[in-house]
Design a protein around this ligand. Structure first.
Ligand code: CUA
Length: 305
């Protein structure tokens, strides 16, 4: 009996709540709200569970008979009032938190458009001053600033989920959804698609890097530049091969003739943390593997080997 009683709290404790992919280790204003609500819901559930187990133990051991009145009070209190009052209170709290979680920053600031596609995240920065810049599978944000995300999908339903920063929201074809992110500390966090969207759904991930505002501004300015010219004979050969093999039909590299829009923009692909929508580390060996055998890593990916 003791084991049964202790199992749920032990399981929760052992599951591990920290890390870059945890809603219980919040790094954003909205994730904090959600984590607080969750803690109260879990605490409430635990309290009810302890009460029920204690009552069950008591009922097994009790030898004396209760009066009709006590039994009736127990049934009305524990069976009707408690299950009505507790969820109503939690629902009211959830509804009360809603406007804060859905609030968008005033227009005029930086906007980021994210489209979920089979199977990548196209990320477009639209600063109020300066040219827009497109990247993929990585979102960088300045700490302490609330930024609006415009979320869309051109193919099937995806779901944008960055648990450490905010709640999740679907990306529905033919519809525009909005989500605001307000990071409270710097660091690298992980996101994923949370709606089954085809064979490689589980391989549709991304990174979110929260930076100090100055570092973020410098990063964005660098991203706005065209790609640097290849340095050295090996890189030059790579550049020629890229253009000669037709990669530019699907990929854009700003500053070169490659201007395809089917696949992700590769202008500053070397600056990203991971390749293939969060599947591989951004290293030469992984890059080689990805280009040579993409279907091994990501079934049904549109890129040919
Ligand atoms: Cu996109 Cu699942």
């Amino acid at each position: 009996l003791l084991l049964v009683m202790l199992a749920p709290p032990l399981a929760v404790g052992a599951a591990g709540c920290a890390g870059p992919f945890s809603a219980l280790d919040p790094a954003g204003r909205d994730a904090e709200r959600i984590a607080r609500l969750f803690a109260w819901m879990a605490g409430g559930a635990l309290l009810v569970w302890v009460l029920v187990v204690a009552l069950a133990v008591y009922a097994l051991r009790a030898r004396r008979q209760h009066s009709q009145r006590t039994a009736g009070a127990l049934i009305v209190g524990g069976g009707v009032m408690l299950p009505t009052v507790a969820p109503t209170g939690l629902l009211s709290w959830g509804l009360w938190e809603r406007p804060g979680v859905l609030a968008l920053p005033p227009p005029g600031g930086l906007r980021i458009a994210v489209t979920g596609e089979q199977w990548l995240w196209r990320v477009r920065y639209e600063p109020p001053d300066g040219p827009a810049v497109e990247l993929a599978n990585e979102i960088r944000l300045p700490v302490g600033q609330r930024i609006a995300l415009r979320l869309e999908s051109p193919d099937v339903i995806h779901s944008f989920w960055l648990p450490a920063l905010a709640g999740k929201i679907d990306m529905v074809p033919g519809r525009v959804n909005h989500l605001a992110l307000e990071p409270t500390r710097t660091g690298t966090f992980r996101g994923a698609c949370a709606e089954y969207c085809g064979t490689a759904h589980a391989w549709m991930r991304f990174d979110a890097v929260v930076m100090e505002p100055e570092a973020f501004a410098a990063w964005l300015a660098r991203q706005q530049q065209p790609a640097a010219a290849p340095e050295g004979p090996l890189a030059a050969r790579g550049g020629t091969t890229f253009l000669a093999s037709g990669c530019g039909a699907c990929h854009t590299v700003r500053g070169t003739p490659a201007d395809g829009v089917v696949g992700p923009d590769l202008t500053h692909v070397g600056s990203r943390l991971r390749l293939a929508a969060g599947v591989l580390p951004n290293e030469p060996a992984a890059f080689e593997r990805w280009i040579a055998r993409p279907h091994e890593l990501k079934p049904d990916v549109h890129m040919p080997a």
